[in-house]
Design a protein. Structure first.
Length: 429
């Protein structure tokens, strides 16, 4: 095994020299190089009788891209690969692992200020599905204090690239653009203005998520019945959301909330509320063409990629995954239904604006779900966790199943079908 690694590394160096020799010599001479090592682990695959055929790696930056192919991996559980990249330039590494008729890809970016880094490419196996993860930033740590006054758009995060996305968006825009799932009207909670008020043990309070859900319920009924009253009440709820948001377009809750062991203080915010409000404004604009809803959508979109000094709803973790948190705190609890609802708002916004940043964020949020779906699975039962802190079957399990199938049907992302079949205990049947 050791001699094979030495030969492999020597071969890699030879290939690198041959390939890099074909690049622009003037460009190469202008940049110094940093060398790092990527440790590749296949052991879980071999233990589950999956034999890798080949691994293709590309390393690129604004100046050049080099490609490397490794074949005949049938007897190798791990590899050590040296990578050279330009200093003072961010470099992206893309990896694709092939086995049989299948493949999975993963990618990340190098931190240019770390010499002699060691990254990890791991092929994990879970319920007949291969999950490939690549981490080239192992020294980076995440602290909540880093998320305030933070924007995602100038940072790198992993994405799941959607195929034929323009055609899917065109088709969706030719529909009423109903929200991700059908919602009911909260008749028993409505005040005199048709806005829901929830009777919490500590008092009656408005809740932006409930208002959005109620608006979606009115809209669904309008689409079904063509009753103009439902449409009018839909706009009443949408207008309430616009009036309720603060000057930075955050929907702040007027009460404390304890989730698991963390109490969120008065004025807390939620990515679920922000994402659903974004979707609500997009639907209202799509139906009415009233510019006030487009302006509100633009403003809510900012909160999906910018945290301010007092509120944060999203973060990028130390493996470059983008997360939207229903209950933002140092717990990082990853509530599944809230994340999937929040993410759909980005899709609605992309459809009406074709904003590439919205697509990036949408694909980034999808990637963190796909690559972490075992987090919410309860092995061996038809059930799923509400968040990472619970081990019991959530009452939201039926919502998880419906959400995953809606994503699968809309975007034909097979990983969502795998996720669905796993939490319903169908993968081995």
């Amino acid at each position: 095994m050791k001699s094979f690694r030495i030969c492999l590394l020597l071969g890699f160096v030879l290939i690198f020299l041959l390939v890099s020799g074909c690049q622009d010599k003037a460009t190469n001479s202008e940049a110094s190089e940093i060398t790092g090592t990527i440790e590749v682990e296949f052991e879980e695959l071999y233990n589950n009788n999956i034999i890798p055929d080949s691994l293709i790696i590309s390393v690129g930056n604004s100046n050049k891209t080099n490609y490397f192919t490794y074949k005949h991996l049938q007897s190798q559980m791990e590899l050590y690969i040296n990578i050279d990249f330009d200093a003072q330039t961010e470099s992206t590494i893309n990896t694709t692992l092939y086995w049989g008729d299948s493949n999975r890809s993963a990618y990340s970016k190098f931190r240019i200020d770390e010499n002699n880094f060691i990254g990890n490419l791991k092929a994990k196996y879970y319920h007949q599905n291969v999950i490939l993860t690549l981490d080239t930033n192992p020294a980076r740590s995440v602290a909540v204090s880093d998320f305030y006054n933070f924007t995602a758009l100038d940072k790198f995060f992993k994405e799941y690239k959607i195929e034929n996305v323009e055609a899917i968006a065109d088709q969706y825009c030719n529909t009423p653009m109903n929200f991700l799932m059908e919602h009911g009207i909260l008749w028993h909670l409505l005040d005199e203005n048709m806005i829901p008020v929830y009777p919490y043990p500590f008092g009656n309070y408005y809740n932006p998520v409930l208002t959005c859900n109620n608006a979606f319920g009115f809209y669904d009924q309008y689409i079904k019945t063509d009753n103009q009253d439902y449409l009018a009440w839909f706009y009443v709820n949408a207008d309430w959301i616009i009036d309720y948001k603060d000057s930075d377009s955050f929907l702040k809750y007027a009460f404390e909330n304890t989730h698991e062991t963390v109490t969120l203080p008065f004025g807390w915010t939620s990515a679920m509320a922000q994402g659903q409000a974004l979707a609500l404004m997009c639907i209202a604009y799509h139906n009415s063409r009233d510019e006030k809803y487009l302006q509100a959508a633009d403003e809510f979109f900012v909160t999906m990629h910018t945290n301010n000094a007092t509120s944060w709803n999203f973060y990028i973790d130390d493996e470059d995954y983008l997360w939207y948190e229903e209950y933002p705190s140092s717990d990082f609890c990853h509530v599944l239904n809230g994340k999937l609802f929040a993410t759909w708002g980005l899709w609605e916004y992309y459809c009406i604006t074709r904003d590439n940043d919205a697509l990036r964020l949408f694909q980034g949020s999808i990637a963190s779900v796909i690559d972490h779906y075992p987090l919410w699975d309860i092995d061996g039962v038809d059930g799923s966790r509400y968040c990472k802190h619970t081990n019991t079957v959530s009452s939201y399990h039926w919502i998880h199943k419906a959400q995953l199938m809606e994503y699968y049907n809309m975007f034909n992302i097979n990983e969502f079908k795998i996720f669905h079949d796993t939490i319903t205990n169908q993968r081995n049947k």
